[in-house]
Design a protein around this ligand. Sequence first.
Ligand SMILES: [Zn+2]
Ligand SMILES: [Zn+2]
Length: 325
Amino acid sequence: MAVEIALSEVASEVFELRLPIPFEDGMVNVFLFRDGDEADLLDCGMNSEESLDAIQAALAELGARKLRSLVVTHIHPDHYGAAGVLAGEGRADLYMHRLEVPLVHPRYVELEHLVEQVRTYLLVNGVPADEAEVLSNSQRALSQVVTPADPAVQLDGAELLQLGRRRLRVEWTPGHSPGHICLHDGEAGLLFAGDHILPELSPNIGLHPQSTPNPLADYLEGLHRMARLEPSQVLPAHGRPFSDAQSRVEALVRHHQRRLDQIEEIVGAEEKSAWQVALETWGPRHMLYEKRLALQEGLAHLQALAVEGRVIKTVTPSTVRWRKL
Ligand SMILES: [Zn+2]
Ligand SMILES: [Zn+2]
C-alpha cells in the first residue's frame, strides 16, 4: 500500500517532509537535499513505523537510492529519534553539535542516573515529593521513541557542510538545547531554524541539569545573531515557512522581556522556590508535564535575572530560593 506523504519542494532540490509527532502541533518538518540519486537529511522525526515509512517513501519519490548523511539540529525525540535506524552502524554519516553528544546516553540509554538527578533538582526547587516522583520518571516514556546513533562528525559551529548540492553554514544557537544548531544557506538566503525560531510557538527554554548555565541569555543572543543574517526565508521545524525573520525575532525577544519583568515582580521580597514562582506565573497547570516545562522555563528566567543582578539566588544542599534585590 502506498504511504501518503506531505512532501514539497521549498527551494531548488530541497524538499520539506512533514512527519507525525504526538506533541506540539502534531508535525515536525524535516528536509531532504537531493543530489542525483543520493540525498542528505536534516532532522529525522521519531522512531515510529509511520514516520520511518514516510521517510522511505519520500526518498523513493525523489529517486534517492542512498541516504548519505543525516544532520540533526538537536537531540529531542522529534528531531533525532530515528537516528539509529537511519544512520546507525554506518548506514549514513551522522552530524551533530558536540554539546548534544553527551546528552544522549543519560537521556535515552541509561536513564537511572539522570532520573535521580532530575528528582533532586525538582525537590530542591520546591516540587512536592509525590509530583517529583512522577515527573522524574516521565523521561522513561520518551526514551521509547528514540534509537540513538553515534555521530560521525561532532560540530563546533561555523562549519560549511554540503547538503545535496548546497553549502550551508552551521550556526550554533544554544538555549532550547545546549548544542542546538541552525543551518544557513547564505547564497539562497535560507535559514533552516530547527526549534530556535518558530512562527507560532515560543520554544521552551529551560534551566535543568543538562542545560547550559544561563540558557535564556544564550537563546536571546542566538536570536539576534540569526536576525542579523537577514534570511529571505526561514524554514522552521514546526509550523510553516515564513519570510520576516526580523519581526519574529523581535516578537520572541519582547515576549521574554515581558516575562522577565513579570517574574521579577512575582518573586518579591520574600524568598520563594521556583515551583511557587512557576505556579504563580502560569497558574495551576493541568498536566504534570506542562508543570515541569513551566518550572524549567521559570528557572531559566530566574537565572537570567540573577545573572543580571535583578534577583538574589541562594542555595543550600536541599533548597534553591529566589527573592527580589
Ligand atoms: Zn526541541
Ligand atoms: Zn521540535
